[in-house]
Design a protein around this ligand. Structure first.
Ligand code: SF4
Length: 226
């Protein structure tokens, strides 16, 4: 399969935020979100077999948390599914970060799916595959990246309409990050003030968790592999 990078860092998002995690970042994405911070995965990368990937993960850590991410990892479903199963069999806790646009029925049981629903101002609205709702269980998480009030109201209504809080372990609302003229995208580049988002969530009693991307507060935003 085509791999952009494999590295160890601190998980920056989801209910696993703050934990050490190995990231297996697959190459390629069929979407083009306006606030994407992973454009470097759109092309390039190098071929690796499942065996080679598992070997590299084991060298970084013999146990713990592994996230399969991208790009969009489910574009390489034929090899990504056996990779996830193999990591589960080796005793790792496995997270899958996905855009929500690809079918998720084949994701092995035991993998925690962290599924985006793209908001109206993401640049990729209406890409969520509705059938994926039926694949979600009580270990999974659903994430909305919110850039303004329109995105927030879309997310709030989606959560209510689909009773997401009842279906999954966590619903995550995260402010989107923009880039400055130099391409930098650190904690000062939130498109939506986290305080404002927090106040909207509190006012509406939204059953969701406010998420900030920890790695953007810790490391130089120009760094990859963090
Ligand atoms: S789905 Fe993810 S990797 Fe693809 S463009 Fe959107 S944010 Fe970037």
């Amino acid at each position: 399969m085509q791999i952009t990078e494999i590295y160890k860092s601190i998980q920056g998002e989801s209910t696993y935020a703050g934990l050490p995690c190995i990231f297996v970042r697959l190459t390629g994405c069929n979407l083009r979100c306006s606030w994407c911070d992973s454009e470097y995965t759109f092309s390039g990368g190098h071929r690796m077999t499942v065996e080679e990937i598992v070997g590299e993960v084991e060298q970084l850590s013999p146990s713990g948390l592994v996230e399969i991410t991208g790009g969009e990892p489910m574009l390489q479903e034929r090899e990504a599914v056996p990779l996830m199963q193999r990591l589960l069999d080796e005793g790792y806790s496995v997270l899958l970060e996905t855009s929500g646009e690809r079918p998720l029925e084949q994701v092995p049981k035991g993998v925690v799916k962290i599924v985006d629903v793209k908001c109206p101002h993401s640049g990729e609205p209406n890409t969520f595959r509705a059938e994926n709702l039926e694949t979600l269980d009580s270990t999974d998480e659903v994430k909305f990246v919110v850039s303004d009030r329109t995105d927030y109201e879309f997310a709030r209504e989606f959560v209510t309409r689909h009773e997401l809080a009842r279906r999954v372990n966590a619903v995550l609302f995260s402010p989107a990050f923009g880039k400055d003229a130099n391409g930098a995208r650190d904690a000062s580049h939130c498109l939506l003030d986290p305080r404002e988002l927090a106040e909207w969530m509190l006012a509406d009693n939204v059953p969701a968790r406010l998420g900030l991307q920890l790695h953007k507060f810790i490391w130089d935003p120009a760094l990859k592999s963090v």
